[in-house]
Design a protein around this ligand. Structure first.
Ligand code: PBG
Ligand code: ZN
Length: 322
């Protein structure tokens, strides 16, 4: 036998040398849920290790995170007034706007602040847009989303991340931001977001479940891979700076295909349900958490993800897993 692949697996040194993918702390983004009030650190049941934070506590936690290299955060606002027209979403007074201002004031360029832009936590009906006769009206929703993105940008967000899946919102947000002189605010598009049962724990955390119906008229059908690429390329053409695939683990083919068809950085969102499953099995002692998490993260990297948004980020960095 001339060819023996096992020669390159002989010991840890050679295995390290020929490793095709490597994880770096720089590729991880850590999500935060911010609520109004003071002195609140409220654990989210289905997501062990993840909390709701009031702003004072958020600042403390981010400071701790920065020391271990968590310097990119994705902010979600929870507990804001809910209306039919999502008017609270684009106010300059939301908990997200306040949090962004405080974070940037305190940490400046040491911290890169990304905000989630979507109205499902700000509507009485819990949909990611504006309802007209029970249907999420695309263009009316885009208008509101653009205003919300602008409020975040003006508060000082480095990047906005629209997660609504309306058609044309990346172009509309880019246009409004540019018109208002916010041309340096980047956009990470949740370009390929599937209607997924893996968001279950998040919806409890964000209190953003649709009251009636589901999100299938705007989020993608899990069966579609070609359409996924189409969504990605559209957002690239509309001016997105980073394209994201969500969820991650069950959609690695989509990540891979997107990676091969765009020149933009590709991100993936290792979502709440994916996190909860690992945490639950680990708590039972059925799996080795560290090994499973590293295997999952390596797999996402191998598939082509340049950036990973994950609730595991704190464990990965704090426990020295990477
Ligand atoms: C809101 C939003 C969701 C997630 C991120 N932004 C939920 C949804 O679309 O229902 C999911 C994140 C997660 O599950 O961790 N549009
Ligand atoms: Zn939403």
């Amino acid at each position: 036998m001339k060819i023996r692949p096992r020669r390159l697996r002989k010991n840890p040194i050679i295995r390290e040398m020929v490793a095709e993918t490597r994880l770096s702390k720089d590729m991880f983004i850590y999500p935060y849920f911010v609520v109004p009030g003071k002195k609140i650190v409220h654990p989210i049941d289905a997501m062990p290790g993840i909390n709701h934070f009031s702003m004072d506590e958020l600042l403390k936690d981010v400071e701790k995170g920065l020391k271990i290299g968590i310097n990119k955060v994705l902010i979600f606002g929870v507990g804001e007034e809910k209306t039919k027209d999502a008017s609270s979403s684009f106010s300059n007074n939301t908990v997200v706007v306040k949090a962004v201002k405080e974070l940037k004031k305190k940490f400046g360029d040491d911290l890169y602040v990304i905000t989630d832009v979507c109205v499902c936590a700000y509507t009485t009906h819990g949909h990611c847009g504006i309802l007209h006769d029970d249907y999420v009206h695309n263009d009316a929703s885009v208008e509101v989303l653009a205003k919300m993105a602008l409020a975040h940008a003006q508060a000082g967000a480095d990047m906005v991340a629209p997660s609504d899946m309306m058609d044309g919102r990346i172009g509309a947000i880019r246009e409004l931001l540019d018109e208002k002189g916010m041309e340096n605010t980047a956009i990470m598009s949740y370009a390929i977001k599937f209607a997924s049962a893996y968001y279950g724990p998040f919806r409890e955390a964000a209190d953003s479940a649709p009251q009636k119906g589901d999100r299938k008229s705007y989020q993608m059908d899990a069966r579609n891979g070609r359409e996924a690429l189409r969504e990605g390329l559209l957002d690239e053409a509309e001016g997105a700076d980073i394209l994201m695939v969500k969820p991650a683990m069950a959609y690695m083919d989509v990540i891979s295909n997107l990676r091969q068809n765009t020149l933009l950085p590709v991100a993936c969102y290792n979502v709440s349900g994916e996190y909860s499953m690992v945490k639950a099995a680990a708590a039972k002692g059925w799996i080795d958490e560290q090994k499973i998490v590293l295997e999952n993260m390596h797999a996402l990297t191998r598939a082509g993800a340049d950036i990973i948004i994950s609730y595991h980020t704190r464990d990965l960095l704090q426990k020295g897993w990477i």
